[in-house]
Design a binder for this molecule. Sequence first.
Ligand code: GLV
Ligand code: MN
Ligand code: MN
Length: 399
Amino acid sequence: MTASGLLGEIADVGTDGKRGGYSRHVFDAAERELRTWFVERAQRIGLDIETDSNGNIWAWWGTPGPDAVVTGSHLDSVPGGGAFDGPLGVASALTAVELLQDKGFRPAKPFAIVVFAEEEGGRFGVPCLGSRLVTGTIDVDKARALRDPGGVTFAEAAAKAGLDPERIGPDKESLGRIGRFVELHVEQGRGLIDLGSPVAVGSTVIAHGRWRFSFSGQGNHAGATLITDRHDPMIPAAETVVAARRLAKTLDDARATVGRLVPTPGGTNVIASTVDLWLDARVPGDTRTIKLVDELAEAARAAAESEGCRVEITRESYSDDVVFDQALRRDLGTWLGNPPELPTGAGHDAAILAGFVPSGMLYVRNPTGISHSPEEFAEADDVEQGARALAEVLEKMSA
Ligand code: GLV
Ligand code: MN
Ligand code: MN
């Protein structure tokens, strides 16, 4: 089936009536429905399913083994996300295998489609959790203890999904079987719009991380508490949001975002007792991201002190700059007639794997230039060209 046809089959799964778009988070009802859909679709084209100890699904074409050609992406979304970020790579992989089967091709090497768990960190806060666990780039106890907004730990959610929490962690067998990895993804910025090509090859991913700033003060009455008597944690929190923008403007190509801010208890007529906010910071050149966050931490501490509040800052995840494998990039470019190469500010499982195995990415043009939003889009023609490009490179890699 075409990749657009496959995306059409899941268009009703995990729609979010309140935020718009899709909310599909690891192991929730929507994401489990998508997993079932993927397994059924993969089995229909003769692939054999394995779910690893971290909840990633592997669909093997032929016998699993070393030096495998692997492609895939993820099925989870950000809260209120688009239809393409993640599922496009999974649907295109299924279509690519079918295209190769239809022409009678059989891979000479082990071959798999992988669906990684919790790529967005939309439920447990750490992006690319599935690939970080496989590669051992997150502490296992820390991963097990991650909590979703309802207080459920990753270990508890994994157990409920049928995994053994004791077996969560580095997976040498799964990682050791990957020879080369290619992820197809919708483009998440305006990079491809003016380049006259439906597909690009990924070059780099900029350093990025997430930090939690927890401000605490004194909860109190909004009417009866004089302004001079307040210790309102919303004030340093707000100053931190503005300082993040100010600092990002001072550094070339820096991005700093506060997309989530939670006051407790959260009443209109209540001065908050605590405010938690999450900073997403990304600056090309890894030490520059840390420098931005250090300067922001200083501003947050000063703002907290002047309001008689406290702030605690915790790093929740971090990834250095990634340069995708040069030889694979060259091959992808040659096989596809030298499409443009694009850097990205978005994180991907391919970038986590890049520290361990040759990894690369293909991007499909997004005419809105918008992502992590319901307006994320790709034209059906471009989607099919993307799937054909993926089939082309997978054929070459596994011949
Ligand atoms: C994932 O898309 C991210 O970069 O946050
Ligand atoms: Mn994303
Ligand atoms: Mn993605």
